[in-house]
Ligand binder design. Structure first.
Ligand SMILES: [Zn+2]
Length: 120
C-alpha cells in the first residue's frame, strides 16, 4: 500500500529533529555491517523531501567506512543515527532516514524489503 506521508523524527535526546515526506512501503532492511549493528530500517528520500528542523547537519558527528560514499551522521550527545546522507550512483544527493527514529510508526506492521548490502 503505497502512501506518502509526512513524518517527524529525530535522535533520542532531542537535539536533532526533522520532517520527512516518504512512503514507508519502500523501506528497506539492509544486511551490511553497519545496518546490522544498528538494526537500521531505512527509507531513502531526495533532499526536497527532508527538512532538518532542529540542529544543523554540521553539528552531527560523521562516520564513514568502506567506499566512504555515505555519511553516517549521529548525534554527538545521545549517539543515535537518525539519518545519513550520500550520493546515489547517478550523483544525486539522497538522505537515508532511520525509520525507527520516526514518530508514530508501528515497526511490527512494517515489512521492509531485504537488501543485500553486504555484497557492495
Ligand atoms: Zn541526540
Amino acid at each position: 500500500m503505497a502512501e506518502t506521508k509526512r513524518y517527524t523524527g529525530g535522535c533520542h535526546c532531542g537535539r536533532f529533529e526533522f520532517e520527512v515526506d516518504t512512503d514507508l512501503s519502500t523501506a528497506i532492511a539492509c544486511n551490511c555491517s553497519i545496518c546490522t549493528k544498528h538494526g537500521l530500517v531505512l527509507t531513502f528520500v531526495a533532499p526536497e523531501q527532508f527538512t532538518l528542523k532542529k540542529g544543523t547537519q554540521g553539528e552531527l558527528t560523521k562516520y564513514q567506512f568502506n567506499k566512504k560514499v555515505i555519511d553516517h551522521l549521529f548525534c554527538p550527545h545521545c549517539g543515535v543515527e537518525s539519518f545519513g546522507t550520500g550520493k546515489m550512483p547517478d550523483g544525486k544527493t539522497m538522505f537515508a532516514i532511520n525509520v525507527r527514529c520516526l514518530e508514530g510508526v508501528d515497526m511490527t506492521t512494517l515489512r521492509p524489503t531485504p537488501v543485500d548490502g553486504r555484497k557492495f
